[in-house]
Ligand binder design. Structure first.
Ligand code: SF4
Length: 388
């Protein structure tokens, strides 16, 4: 019989890492389970005690990765086994690490972890989507929802009206965030201004909001952390370079822009307002203001009928952008929305959704075609892996 790998527990600045053979389990500094991986499967816990399981080797093509939310029973048994393994691993470690972490982990029963769900929901409206680089930021919902909220493919904020928090509401939100995260704020990688298009907020209010965030969270959030937000390219058209530069100087260094496509016909098909030419002007201004940009593209949107013109005009749009090192182009495999309106429109346009294999081939074609954006990077972005 092969000898079982001896589990090891290593303390880090951010928490505890338990390894046994190819499996790794990570707990945060308070002892909460964060994630585990056995090399083929990854299970991650969200701040609200929801769990997502990703079945695939980390290097697998994003279309081949299977994502699934765990049921409560599955999550509980996963977590309890993880804590048991950690206890065994700690038995091999030296004092004072052993006692410190045994005590810390012992305080986390399943019921106590589950309390994070209602606690989280008392602080936040659902954090429906984030760019992949922002999963570990502290989200501040300076605004709720999206001021447009009508793109055909986007259901992220249909559950709430657009609302910009006033000073008092933001103060309360920030006090709640500080209480919810506690010392875990030190492990967040930056600040993300939510929700869907916070840069639509008048510049003076964004600047005063950033000051409020600094005064509440400034001691905790890493000084080097990145501040970022989503931005649309239609309402934000009203912000000039000076305003964007003021926001940049205040600390907001990165904007993620849902360009979706450089093809105007497809943008109209998707009910995405504005033309690609306007988006180019907005992105140029962001770059002139010194911001890093992430440009998000929906590969497969509109199905076969739009495939060639979608890629051709998006490549032209990207070629017109002054992208530099640090900028990222995200290729997001299109996920058909669950409502019938999209399917009906596809049908009316004589189109059809791509199969999984077709979408995979299409993503590869985009990756090859858009490699000219160097030194900016092109990468995949699967919205199904989002879990805050
Ligand atoms: S602008 Fe963005 S957040 Fe708003 S509906 Fe469209 S895709 Fe969704």
């Amino acid at each position: 019989m092969p000898e079982l790998a001896r589990p090891r527990a290593q303390e880090s600045r951010h928490g505890l890492r338990v390894t046994a053979g190819s499996s790794v389990t990570v707990f945060d500094r308070t002892g909460r389970f964060l994630w585990l991986s056995d090399g083929k499967t990854v299970i991650r816990r969200g701040l609200d005690n929801r769990f997502v399981r990703v079945d695939a080797h980390p290097s697998a093509h994003p279309v081949d990765r299977q994502y699934r939310r765990l049921t409560e029973t599955e999550a509980q048994s996963t977590v309890e086994a993880a804590y048991e393994n950690a206890r065994r691993a700690l038995a091999n470690e030296l004092e004072p690490t052993r006692s410190r972490w045994q005590e810390r982990l012992a305080s986390w029963t399943w019921d106590r972890l589950a309390e994070d769900g209602p606690r989280f929901r008392a602080v936040y409206r659902p954090v429906s989507i984030l760019p992949p680089d922002a999963y570990r930021t502290v989200v501040v919902q300076i605004a709720e929802g999206c001021s447009y909220n009508r793109c055909l493919f986007c259901d992220f904020y249909r559950d709430r009206p657009f609302h910009i928090k006033n000073q008092e509401e933001l103060d309360r939100h920030l006090r709640e965030i500080r209480a919810f995260f506690g010392e875990r704020l030190m492990d967040r990688t930056g600040v993300f201004l939510g929700d869907g298009n916070a840069l639509v907020i008048p510049t003076r209010r964004i600047l005063s909001g950033i000051e409020q965030i600094r005064s509440h969270l400034g001691d905790w959030v890493e000084a080097s952390g990145e501040w970022s937000t989503f931005m649309d390219t239609f309402h934000s058209d009203t912000k000039d370079v000076e305003e964007l530069a003021a926001v940049r100087r205040a600390g907001l260094s990165t904007v993620y822009i849902g360009l979706e496509s450089g093809d105007d016909e497809l943008r109209a098909f998707l009910d995405k307002p504005g033309k690609a030419a306007e988006a180019i002007r907005v992105i140029e201004r962001c770059k002139e203001a010194g911001m890093r940009v992430g440009v998000i593209l929906l590969v497969g949107a509109g199905g076969h009928r739009f495939a060639d013109q979608h890629l051709e005009h998006t490549a032209e749009t990207l070629a017109a952008l002054p992208l530099t090192e640090g900028d990222v182009v995200y290729l997001s495999p299109f996920v058909d929305p669950p409502h019938p309106a999209y399917r009906e429109r596809l049908l009316a346009a004589g189109s059809a959704s791509m199969t999984r294999d077709e979408l995979k081939a299409e993503l590869n074609r985009w990756m090859r075609t858009l490699s000219f954006v160097k030194p900016a990077k092109v990468t995949f972005y699967n919205i199904q892996e989002h879990l805050y």
